[in-house]
Design a protein around this ligand. Structure first.
Ligand SMILES: Cc1ncc(COP(=O)(O)O)c(C=O)c1O
Length: 432
């Protein structure tokens, strides 16, 4: 009997799910379409591992798509959330935990003075665009091909993540007039950004970017691109929105802004700041943020925004996310990346490993670095699918798509990382 009170195994649950949930899932990438086969149903998580409804124990490299930072079932977190739940699940009125979490975020990230919590990253980026448009009086938002900023209409243009996995860079249902206001440029191309702003800069409200991309797999920004991001939009009166939904409080306590030494005008958060519960946040300087209602005219609201359980979980996680945790995460990621590179070198499989603390991708198909969405052509989807299933058989749960980042948590000890590397070494040898 599972923790959810069911005795069905994954194939049975999938059949049952498909008759009531679209595709049997609530978010497309979970459906295993990119790797073949059927999704596993997860019964529980313990540390670095998840247990499926079939009784299998797997090392979890998905970590709720990066939302889980400490590992599963951390006692302090479970106790905090349980205690909070006993006092009421939500009131639609202010409570002290939203202040506490906002204070933690502001103390950790120099560019933040005010925070607005939402229930998802999508709401945060959607609000960021609205605020930027209102503050600048301009309409156009610039994004980069393959970056994913949630599923709001304005951002589902040449998007990464599930949209990329399904081969649908954008979606039907988005009016042409809306999509026209989103301009898409290539990632890591400083000259394209310069040239675009020289032509149309006066119409641009904001540039939004994943400072380290996770939604095409991990791609790092190059120095000239970063320099252009922080100078070109501002020179033309446009704002820089760093979408740190994935990187915030994951790649460093101060997120990608700290890791890369850059400063945003507005920052969006999600995932880690909710400790695994549904959350998002928009944050930035008071001068911009105070334009939001009730202090300003830009409307944004949410029945469950700042939910006490999510705030309590986030506060508990951030209180434990100290310098030592980020050092362990960085060291663990280095250990894993080196191990995977050695495994690649020993096999005949072409591939490359790209990583930042807590986030990593093994691109298979070419040894060349992946710098932008154009380079994803070289990624061998079929090879990844075979690798994915070999890893699964060996007890490692990877993202079911070649174009998604994998994650480490603080529970991924060197011993666990060693097991991932061993499994990858055997899988690559079998593929070579
Ligand atoms: C960078 C980035 N922005 C925005 C989002 C959307 O967040 P959510 O899924 O919470 O709506 C995601 C989700 O993966 C993301 O990775």
């Amino acid at each position: 009997m599972s923790v959810f009170g069911d005795s069905m195994n994954s194939p049975q649950l999938y059949t049952r799910a498909c008759s009531v949930l679209v595709g049997g899932v609530d978010s497309p990438v979970r459906a295993f379409r990119a790797v073949g086969g059927e999704p596993l149903f997860i019964a529980r998580g313990e540390g670095a591992e998840i247990l499926t409804e079939d009784g299998r124990r797997l090392i979890d490299c998905v970590a709720s798509w990066g939302a889980v930072l400490l590992g599963h079932g951390v006692r302090a977190l479970v106790e905090t959330v349980s205690a909070r739940a006993g006092s009421g699940l939500g009131f639609g009125a202010p409570h002290v935990l939203e202040i506490a979490l906002a204070e933690q975020m502001i103390a950790a990230v120099p560019s933040l003075e005010r925070v607005r919590f939402t229930c998802s990253g999508t709401e945060a980026t959607m609000t960021a665009a609205r605020l930027a448009r209102a503050a600048t009086g301009r309409d156009v938002v610039v994004k980069f091909a393959g970056c994913y900023h949630g599923h709001a209409d304005a951002f589902l243009v040449a998007a990464g993540s599930g949209a990329l996995t399904l081969g649908q860079p954008s979606s039907p249902g988005i009016p042409g007039k809306v999509a026209e206001l989103t301009r898409v440029l290539p990632y890591n191309d400083a000259s394209a950004l310069e040239a675009f702003f020289a032509r149309e800069g006066e119409r641009v409200a904001a540039v939004i970017v994943e400072p380290v991309v996770g939604n095409m797999g991990v791609i790092l920004p190059e120095a000239d691109f970063l320099a252009a991001l922080t100078t070109v939009p501002r020179r033309h009166g446009a704002l820089l929105i760093l979408d740190e939904v994935m990187t915030g409080f994951r790649v460093a306590r101060g997120g990608a802004q700290e890791l890369l030494d850059v400063r945003a005008d507005l920052v969006t958060y999600g995932k880690v700041i909710g400790g695994g519960l549904p959350v998002g946040a928009l944050a930035g300087p008071a001068s911009l943020m105070e334009c939001l209602a009730p202090n300003g005219p830009v409307y944004q609201a949410g029945t469950l925004a700042g939910n006490p359980l999510a705030m309590a979980a986030g506060e508990c996680v951030l209180a434990r996310a100290d310098a030592a945790l980020y050092e362990r995460l960085a060291a663990g990621t280095r250990l894993l990346a080196e191990g995977l590179r050695e495994a690649l070198a020993r096999s005949r499989v072409p591939g490359t490993v790209q990583a930042v603390p807590g986030m990593w991708t093994l691109f298979l198909g070419s040894g060349e670095p992946v710098r932008s969405d154009a380079d994803l052509q070289r990624v061998d989807r079929g090879l990844y699918a075979r690798f994915f299933h070999l890893m699964l058989r060996a007890g490692v749960y990877l993202p079911p798509s070649p174009f998604e980042a994998a994650f480490l948590t603080d529970a991924h000890t060197p011993e666990v990382i060693g097991r991932i590397v061993d499994a990858a070494t055997r899988a690559l040898a079998a593929l070579g």
